[in-house]
Design a binder for this molecule. Structure first.
Ligand SMILES: Cc1cc2nc3c(=O)[nH]c(=O)nc-3n(C[C@H](O)[C@H](O)[C@H](O)COP(=O)(O)OP(=O)(O)OC[C@H]3O[C@@H](n4cnc5c(N)ncnc54)[C@H](O)[C@@H]3O)c2cc1C
Length: 395
């Protein structure tokens, strides 16, 4: 019999899960309290890249980028291939970046290049390279529109028969005597065989409804818009000064329009100085403090005079306590979590979602088998499950 799968949340993760579940022949219903892409996915800086350090992350990003390239051809997904460079501040980091290139080659991606300081300067002539050692450049990386990505993934899902229920919030759940999941949707009960929790910053709340605690620490992150005094004679790639594994956050910036950039501070981790946010009620305006912090950091690093700064927008990084995705079945194999995508969910969420669908329908994440390392029952999350989190069940 065809499995009935409910996917809660139509962000990149949920839409990625829907695409794969529909491809696998399941009876797919995507349930979205608002409209697709209106959570964090539509509020991101849109950057995708394969330039990171952890081997599993590199593999997920390569598979995601392959999917983007295909969606570009088949679904008109617009990719701005402006390039992405991960900056090393120390010479000792360069061999590690070379190892990433070697790994990328083994995984089928061969476009990245290691740059020394002069190479960085040639790539971004206005970059202040003082204190920089080099970087890892992905010339086919860049940015996309998160909302458009959700739409493209969903279009593939609906072409395979999936149903989208927009403006439908999951408000209740119980397991029926015959072992099915009954979800409360707009006052009615609907039955499913398997459920994927892809509710982004709300995954803690939805996890509580499903009876599976998802320890999540959503935090507000912000984007600053930068006006250039004139059009430059080169395109500013995504410049990322954050090195995975480092403490705190670091500057990123990229070309946006012909005479504008966007900039912000990036991190993989939960930051002590930022409060845990309520995804239903978080600060919508960029703070003045943040605007000045980014303006100061960019002015120091990007030597173009008369840059203009104005607030952009805010959104939620749905972060997990140990900074890694929470992905896979809970004690009950018919409930699969795909959450904690933090600040990299646009880059990686479509494949995280696809593996969640495989787990739900086939019992194993076949696209990236080693993603089992991100299972919800891993030891590093154990401490956070026994304590109450800030995401308590809502009455
Ligand atoms: C300012 C900012 C910049 C960022 N920049 C980047 C970037 O450049 N590159 C990158 O890779 N990532 C970036 N990110 C991170 C990225 O946006 C997220 O990791 C990603 O969007 C998370 O996707 P998701 O599908 O898990 O969550 P979401 O997109 O939030 O989707 C979850 C969905 O679940 C729905 N939902 C919740 N509860 C229920 C319920 N009870 N019933 C039904 N539906 C429900 C919500 O309405 C929502 O649409 C950025 C984030 C922010 C805030």
């Amino acid at each position: 019999m065809t499995a009935r799968i409910a996917i809660i949340g139509a962000g990149v993760a949920g839409c990625g899960a829907a695409r794969r579940a529909a491809e696998l022949g399941a009876d797919v219903t995507v349930i979205e309290q608002n409209h697709p892409g209106t959570g964090s996915s539509g509020r991101s800086a849109g950057v995708y890249n394969i330039q990171t350090l952890d081997p599993l992350d590199v593999e997920i990003r390569i598979r995601a980028r392959e999917l983007f390239f295909r969606l570009e051809k088949d679904r008109d997904l617009h990719l701005s291939r402006i390039g992405n460079v991960r900056i090393a501040t120390e010479e000792s980091q360069l061999p590690r970046l070379q190892e990433v290139i070697d790994l990328q080659h083994r995984l089928g991606a061969d476009d990245s290049a290691l740059l020394d300081r002069d190479g960085l300067q040639r790539l971004v002539p206005d970059l202040n390279v003082t204190g920089l050692a080099g970087g890892l450049l992905g010339p086919h990386d860049g940015h996309l529109d998160g909302q458009q990505l959700c739409d493209a993934l969903l279009a593939e899902a609906t072409d395979h028969g999936a149903t989208l229920r927009s403006r439908t919030k999951v408000t209740g759940h119980h397991v029926t005597p015959d072992g099915h999941h009954a979800l409360q949707l707009n006052g009615e009960e609907h039955g499913f065989d398997v459920v994927v929790n892809a509710a982004g910053g709300w995954a803690g709340q939805v996890g509580n409804l499903l009876g599976h605690q998802v320890p999540l620490l959503p935090q507000v992150h912000e984007v600053v818009q930068v006006k250039l005094p004139r059009q430059l004679d080169y395109v500013v790639p995504m410049v990322n000064l954050y090195m995975p594994g480092q403490a705190g956050e670091a500057l990123y910036f990229r070309q946006d329009g012909p005479d504008s950039l966007i900039a912000g501070m990036h991190t993989y981790t939960v930051l002590d100085h930022i409060a845990v946010a309520d995804p239903d009620d978080y600060r919508a305006k960029v703070s003045e403090e943040y605007l000045y912090e980014v303006a100061e950091a960019l002015t120091e690093r990007f030597l173009v005079d008369d840059l203009g700064f104005k607030p952009g927008w805010t959104g939620i990084y749905p972060l997990s306590p140990d900074s890694r995705f929470i992905l896979g079945p809970e004690s009950d194999s018919t409930v699969v979590t795909c959450a904690g995508l933090g600040g990299v969910g646009v880059t990686m969420g479509a494949i995280a979602g696809a593996t969640a669908a495989e787990w739900a329908l086939e019992g194993a994440p076949t696209t990236v088998p080693s993603i089992t390392a991100l299972r919800p029952d891993r030891p590093s999350l154990a401490a956070f499950r026994t304590q109450p989190t800030k995401n308590e069940v809502r009455a």
